[in-house]
Structure formats: C-alpha cells, structure tokens
Design a protein around this ligand. Structure first.
Ligand SMILES: [Mn+2]
Length: 458
C-alpha cells in the first residue's frame, strides 16, 4: 500500500467513527498534529476529545480513554504498538498517524507513516494534514499549522527548507493565501521578533566569527554597513521588515565574512515560511517562532493552550501562550547562567554537567544548546538531570551544532547505543538527542558516550 492509499484508508476509518479520541505528544509537532486532527474530525461532525502525553509508555497509557471511541494516536504510537496491544486495543479502534520508526507487534494496527515510503522529512503534523485534506478539501487552511509542526520537528533544518510531501503542504498554504514563502531568506531564528543584531548573534548555523555569540560584534558589523536599523521612535527593526536591498546588503556582507574565514556560505540562506494573517513582529508571524510558542506551552504542561492558539484563539489562549513563552525564556536564561557559573567537565570528545533537580527535564536540553555556543562549541555538550518523579532515573540531553554533524557526529546514534547498553532508551536527531539511564550508571555512561563520539569522528 502506498502513502496516499494509507491516507485514504485513514480518512475512511475516521468517517466511520462515532466518536474520536486523539492521543498526542506535547511538543510543537504533537500539538499541531492534534489541532489538525481535532479540527478536521470536528468539521466532519464527529465528537472528539484530546489527550496529551509526554511520551507513550506504560505509565501514561492511562491517558488513553477506556471507551469505544476511535483512538487516533498522533506523533506517537508507531514505536509503542506493543503497549496498545497489551492494553487490549483492537485494530478496529486504533489509527496511528506518526513519523517515527514503527515497531510492529502481533496485532496489525492501521497506520499512516511516511517513513516506510521514503518520506523521512514529513512530521506527524504533515501526515495529519494529508488525512485532514482527504477528509475535506476545505481543510487546506490547516496547511499553515502543518508547516509549524514540520518546522518545529526540524524537518527543514538540514535541507534548508521543507522538501517532498511537506513542500506540497507549503504549496497548498500559499495557494490558500495563509502562507508566504521566502525562498532565499536569512537562515536565522527570530526574524520576526528580534532586533537584527540579536538575531545574527544567536545564530550558529553558519557560525560567523565576530558575530556568532557576540551581540556587540554583530551590532558593529551592521553599523559598518551603514544601515539604519532603528525604526522611527527608536525601537530596533526586525529582519522581516527590512527592505530587500537592506537584506541583500547584510547577506552579501555575511557571505564575504564567511569566505574571508574560509567557511562555506551555503547555509547563510534558507527557505522561510511567514504567515501574513498574523500580527507583524509577533512570534506567530513565522513557522519557527510559532513552533517555539507551542513548545513553551507543551514543556510547561499546557499543551491545550498551544492547541487553542493553533485553532485560531487570539484571546485568552494567546495571552496565556505569550506568558508561557516569556516564562520559558526567563527560566532558560536562568538555567544558562547556572551552567556557565557551574562550569562543565571536559572529556576528549564531549563536555558534561549535572544540574540535579533544579530544572525540569523538558528544558535542560534547550539550555544545553544555548550554553554550547558560549562554551567550547567544537565539543558536544551532555547535560544530566534527575527526575523528581523517578529518582532512580537520569535524563540525559545532548546538543551539538551543524559544524560537528558535518564532521560525522550523530548524537542520536551515540545516545541510543550507549543507553541501550545500560538498559535505557534514547531518541532524537544527530544534532540534538536525549536518553534515560539508570542513575547509578551516570559516570560510566558519560565515558561510554565519549568513546562512541570519538569513533564517529574516526
Ligand atoms: Mn514529531
């Protein structure tokens, strides 16, 4: 069965359902997937309820309602089919919309997943979108939310833009008028909300000497270009509102700076996705900043607020989401400061730190990623924290950058292999990954990961 047959089959299953329960993940992709499925199912006139879980494991299975609804698992489920089976769920009450590698079990559950069809850069929100569109063409307005999920799950990162079926979603959004594509935009986070110099200094892909991690340096760089980056009234302008000629002046100077340092320039540009119907200079204005809003909601246990924002609530839900985002950022700043003050221990191929139970495990990875730029950025960073709800377990988060990934570093492979040896489990991407390990294995584990990273560079 091809991908489009899977999509058609899923739409038929949903049409037959009397009630639907959506079970989804709390990250940007999970929240946007849930919003897409919930909207499409409700528009089809079927009662629907949603349930979010941090991950699908034996303890969180209780979030799955014990009723005769159709259970649609989104952004999870493919790798945990054994749990569905253990729970006694039958094939006719389950539909899985996922993009993680499937672990089949004795029961054959209906599934839509791009991965077996070679669509490895289509997140769950993308899968959910195709099913929604199959249910009703009217659902093309959800393309925007699908793009947020895909970008949030880093589907555009390596390829500098969405590709394959995800690019079809972009085309739908453009045709609908709710998405604007900028083909060769600045490959930088924060282009709708941050002052340009801040935007540039926070970016490490590509890493630009004198600008990356140097806000003052970035400001001097822009001053030399003789651009007026203040708006009338004195506030800093953001990248999105610069004129094309100003943008070109900046990008060509960045290119020159990279060439002068013998660095590649291909990563200066990336495709970006703007939402013209959102207010200018707000985080909902582009896909990657919108995804951060959803992640902030999810990581602070308010995925429903993010979902309401996806579904168009620009009142209470948006205000709460903005509060979550600000709170998220200030705690990450605090964590970053803690990391810098405490310092890391350097091994030959990584640097590590244990933050104990001071910060929730849902944000330590983000803090690690931000600290990396200020530490020895050539060495991946590993951060451990304890889980208040399970003192026997340690959560490990690792971050590196494109520079290391291009040299062969794959954190997901390293963490997966190492945690497997200690009976734990891991997942993620080459550039960012996490794992759970038994607490008593911490020390040996770190040195094992160090060895694996050394082997990857060999
Ligand atoms: Mn996902």
């Amino acid at each position: 069965m091809g991908f489009s047959e899977e999509v058609q089959g899923a739409a038929e299953t949903i049409r037959r359902a009397e009630t639907v329960s959506v079970i989804s993940h709390i990250d940007a992709d999970g929240i946007s997937s849930e919003a897409i499925v919930r909207t499409a199912v409700a528009r089809a006139g079927i009662p629907v309820s949603s349930h979010f879980v941090r991950q699908l494991e034996p303890l969180t299975m209780k979030a799955v309602p014990e009723d005769d609804s159709l259970k649609i698992f989104v952004d999870l489920g493919a790798g945990q089919q054994n749990l569905l089976e253990e729970r006694g769920l039958t094939p006719d009450e389950v539909l899985i919309l996922d993009h993680h590698v499937a672990q089949p079990c004795g029961t054959e559950y209906q599934q839509v997943n791009g991965v077996p069809h070679g669509h490895t850069r289509l997140s769950a929100a993308g899968v959910a979108y195709f099913v929604a569109k199959e249910l009703d063409e009217e659902n093309v307005d959800l393309a925007k939310i699908a793009i947020v999920g895909n970008v949030g799950d880093m589907m555009a990162r390596e390829t500098l833009g969405l590709v394959g079926p995800a690019a079809e979603i972009v085309a739908d959004g453009v045709a609908h008028g709710s998405v604007r594509v900028v083909r060769r935009d600045l490959n930088c986070y924060g282009t709708s909300t941050r002052p340009v110099h801040v935007c540039l200094s926070y970016n490490d892909d590509p890493r630009i000497p004198g600008i990356t991690n140097d806000t003052r340096g970035a400001q001097r760089f822009l001053e030399r270009l003789d651009l007026d980056l203040r708006a009338p009234g004195g506030r800093w302008r953001v990248w999105e509102e610069l004129h094309d000629t100003e943008k070109r002046t900046i990008t060509s100077a960045l290119v020159q700076q990279l060439l002068a340092n013998g660095e590649g320039v291909e990563r200066v540009f990336a495709e970006s996705y703007l939402f013209p119907d959102e207010v200018e200079r707000t985080p909902l204005r582009n896909a990657s900043e919108f995804a951060t809003v959803l992640n902030a909601c999810g990581r602070w246990a308010k995925p429903r607020i993010g979902s309401s924002v996806c579904c168009g609530d620009r009142g209470t839900a948006l205000r709460e989401a903005e509060y979550m985002l600000n709170n998220h950022r200030s705690i990450i700043r605090e964590l970053l400061q803690f990391i810098m003050e405490t310092g890391v221990t350097e091994l030959s191929h990584l640097q590590y730190l244990h933050v104990g139970d001071r910060y929730p495990d849902t944000i330590v990875g983000i803090g690690a990623g931000m600290a990396l730029g200020k530490l020895n950025w050539r060495k991946p960073i590993l951060i451990m924290c304890t889980l208040p709800e399970d003192p026997g377990l340690t959560k490990v988060s690792m971050r590196t950058n494109e520079w290391s990934v291009r040299r062969g570093i794959d954190l997901q492979a390293a963490l997966n292999a190492a945690s497997g040896e200690f009976g734990g489990g891991g997942g993620g991407h080459p550039i960012a990954a996490g794992a759970f390990i038994p607490r008593e294995a911490e020390e040996v584990f770190v040195s094992r990961v160090n060895d694996l990273l050394r082997d990857q560079l060999a």
